[in-house]
Design a protein around this ligand. Structure first.
Ligand code: ADP
Ligand code: MG
Length: 148
């Protein structure tokens, strides 16, 4: 996938991520979202949550690091949203039960700033990069990933 999209095209991007999230036997589907502040990571997670039928608002888990949601999707009944920006050391993941989260079949785990916890990421995670083409005020964002 290599696309530039506007806000009105977000839904199709969210649907593509759900389709392309790696199906891992005996574990969660993990998608790592990399990109600068304002590149659209949280916005994309919010759209994915909407597509999966999560009720209520999905806010950036900047301070709580990890949040879980129930969806209406049969394939991914649980959605986890993580923001690893404040993680300094992978040891901080233990109290969050990160290992158990990535070991949960039927869970879709979306991780912002996942590159900060590289050592803890399961093999086979989908790595997605978001960029802002021109200015932050521009309505366009770009997405690139290689489906595994
Ligand atoms: P991040 O989580 O990567 O820091 P956010 O999703 O919080 O980024 O912020 C992205 C900002 O860019 C939001 O204010 C959003 O409204 C805006 N924006 C403009 N165009 C787009 C687009 N095509 N996709 C996503 N966000 C966009
Ligand atoms: Mg964010």
């Amino acid at each position: 996938m290599d696309r530039t999209y506007t806000q009105s095209e977000l839904r199709s991007i969210a649907e593509a991520i759900i389709m392309d999230a790696p199906r891992m036997s005996g574990g969660a589907s993990v998608v790592v979202l990399t990109g600068d502040l304002g590149a659209g990571k949280t916005t994309l997670v919010q759209e994915i949550a909407r597509v999966l039928g999560v009720e209520g608002t999905v806010q950036s888990p900047t301070f709580v690091v990890l949040k879980s949601y129930q969806t209406k999707s049969a394939e991914f009944p649980a959605l986890y949203h993580m923001d690893a920006y404040r993680i300094e050391d992978v040891a901080e993941l233990a109290p969050l039960r990160f290992e158990s989260v990535v070991g949960t079949p039927g869970a879709l785990v979306l991780i912002e700033w996942g590159e900060r916890i590289k050592a803890a990421l399961p093999q086979g995670a989908l790595h997605v990069t978001l960029t802002t083409p021109d200015s932050y005020n521009d309505d366009r964002r770009s997405i690139t990933y290689t489906k595994i």
